[in-house]
Design a protein around this ligand. Sequence first.
Ligand code: ZN
Length: 203
Amino acid sequence: MKIFCVGRNYIEHAKELNNDIPEEPVIFLKPKSALLQQHVQFYYPEFTNSLHYEAELVLRVSKNGKYVPEHLASKYFNAITVGIDFTARDLQTELKKNGLPWEKAKAWDNSAVAGEWLEVTPDMLKKPINFSMALNGEIVQKGISADMIFSFEQIIANISQYFALNIGDLIFTGTPAGVGECVVGDELSGYFESRKVFNLEVK
Ligand code: ZN
């Protein structure tokens, strides 16, 4: 199982981190060990002083594929949820500045959170999807799939030119504006439309 993540997929978020708007999806990976398993506590990592949440729509791949054309891409995932791409922002900023790979900032154990999986129906994809995340009960991030620079289909078509897609792979599709820090004791809740799909306490 692989975890793909898209960076800078919302204009307002690219701007808040002073990044350029990409012409092609920015893709990075997290290993299987990055996925927080159910009923496992999330602990604030000791190697960062700036833990950021990034709430994102997450797709689960349901079909093996390579060179998937955009018009068939919607057949390659059948489950969706909201998740968190946790980021050690201080490390990431340092690594970016030095032109070094991001893994230590992004791909550590339990840095990928996926909420309750919802079945993708054809109707669901006909209209934009709203999602949000609350920090201690207050909404801090609000996204709508229509604001993505690259659509689900474009992301899948692009990823599959480079990497085989396998059943069970996850795709984090990028975060909207509003990323921020969290600290020990914070409670993060993710919502797919109005449905709560996860609730996590930072230990
Ligand atoms: Zn992200």
